[in-house]
Design a protein around this ligand. Structure first.
Ligand code: DC
Length: 441
């Protein structure tokens, strides 16, 4: 056997058996070889194995030591694991960077590079553009000090509440020797002392995926429908807070489409024009401290979309099937990935017809107009009560007579007339109904 091949295999076998980082000096001593030869062999192996696509493991340099680790590079595993339904066109490299960030955050570019074995700067920029990772500070150090973490959008799309919910895959997240040692310590405590094979890892991932799917099935979905100003958003917000789940205001999405269409110079009365440009007028939704934030070109438009003119525009664009189909698929994706309360007009009938909890709120049009009028006055917007009333009547008519997914109460929904109820009374009624239906709240 050529000495070089022998050294390659001996070094790799030793690292494999050690299942821990070994220093060059330790390996040189065990193999009775010159440390320089060992260093030369290992650094070459590190470079070769990191780019060899036929391998599931590679040798990674860690400070003055080396270790053998599983590559986070199996697209089918990562794709399944992250289950990003709208992101099927992410490259393998992007998945690897996402994994490197999610498992190690906050991380520097150099640490991401360490996990992947190759420079990842351009992918980091692309993932930032797509809103999946973000900077979260800088290290007080020279070089490339930016720190990265995954965004709320990533969490929302993957259906996890926090990166600590990610399954433990020790082999993927060694950053420093200390990390590795504590990781091995954890593995030892949980009786998993040996390195796992790719097959074992895949079957572990498969199991995790099944668990994720079955827990997704158990997500709480509460659908609240009703006409404008019936008290849906107040109820949805307080309920979501009480249950510590997400509140998704779907009306804000229709409002945003109307707002963005106007910003882009489109005529919302013109269905063909709106339909032809639908992909350019969809909003981005973010969550900041649990608050839904509507974004358009890096601008927070959450307040702008509450304008009365936009209310009318939203009601108009929401009657176009092309708009509804795009927004409904987004709403379904969110509701399948996280527990949430959704409010709108068609949640119980069309978006989530199988939602276990459906509520239909109503109130007299005069009372709703009074609430909306007071709300506008409070926000400093000079308004005329009659105008608000007429506007509401027009929207009621349009929202409940449109051909596609009109507003209507479902048979299995709890009907609640809030005309004479305070917000607290409405909440208390809904909570006792949820309890009757078996929810622990
Ligand atoms: O709830 P809201 O007033 O913010 O909704 C704005 C408009 O969007 C409303 O006129 C009807 C429409 N909408 C809809 O058609 N379907 C939904 N699920 C939510 C709102």
């Amino acid at each position: 056997m050529e000495p070089d091949t022998y050294l390659n295999q001996a070094c790799e076998a030793l690292l494999f058996l050690a299942a821990a980082p070994l220093t060059v000096a330790e390996i040189a001593e065990i193999l009775s070889r010159d440390p320089e030869d060992i260093e030369e062999t290992l650094s070459r192996l590190a470079a070769e194995t990191s780019i060899d696509e036929s391998r599931g493991t590679y040798i990674r340099p860690i400070e003055n030591a080396y270790c053998i680790v599983t590559k986070p590079g199996l697209i089918e595993v990562l794709e399944k694991f992250f289950a990003l339904p709208r992101r099927t066109n992410l490259s393998q490299a992007s998945y690897e960077v996402l994994a490197a960030v999610a498992y190690n955050q906050p991380v520097t570019r150099a640490q991401i590079e360490k996990v992947r074995g190759v420079n990842s700067d351009s992918i980091i920029v692309r993932l930032m553009d797509r809103g999946l990772i973000e900077t979260c500070g800088t290290l007080d150090a020279p070089g490339r000090p930016d720190l990265f973490r995954v965004t709320d959008k990533f969490l929302l799309e993957t259906g996890i509440r926090d990166v600590s919910d990610l399954p433990v895959i020790d082999l993927m997240h060694y950053g420093t020797i200390e990390d590795m040692q504590s990781s091995l310590q954890r593995a030892e405590e949980s009786q998993h002392t040996e390195q796992i094979s790719i097959e074992q890892w895949m079957s572990h991932m498969h199991e995790m995926n099944e668990q994720l799917v079955s827990s997704a099935e158990k997500k709480i979905q509460i659908a609240i429908d009703g006409p404008s100003a019936a008290g849906k958003s107040t109820l949805a917000k307080t309920l979501a807070k009480k249950l510590d789940i997400l509140y998704l205001d779907t009306g804000a999405m229709y409002r945003a489409v109307a707002f963005i269409a106007r910003e882009r110079g489109l005529d919302w009365e013109n269905q063909a024009e709106i339909a032809a440009n639908i992909d350019t007028i969809l909003p981005t939704i973010r969550y900041e401290d649990g608050r839904q934030v509507t974004m358009f070109e890096e601008r927070d438009i959450s307040a702008d979309i509450r304008d009365e003119v936009i209310s009318q525009g939203a009601s108009i664009v929401s009657s176009y099937p092309e708009v509804r189909l795009s927004l409904v698929s987004l709403q379904r994706e969110i509701a399948e990935s996280v527990s949430c309360v959704l409010d709108g007009r068609d949640i119980g009938s069309y978006v989530l017809p199988n939602a276990p909890y459906k509520i239909f709120l109503s109130a007299s049009v005069e009372e709703r107009a009074r609430r909306r009028y007071l709300e506008l006055i409070e926000r400093g917007i000079d308004t005329d009560y009659r105008e608000v009333l007429i506007g509401l009547q027009e929207r009621d008519e349009r929202d409940s007579t449109r051909a596609f997914a009109p507003l209507e109460k479902q048979e299995d929904a709890l009907g609640l007339d809030t005309t004479k109820l305070s917000a607290d009374e409405a909440l208390a009624t809904v909570i006792s109904w949820l309890r009757e239906k078996g929810m622990k709240v």
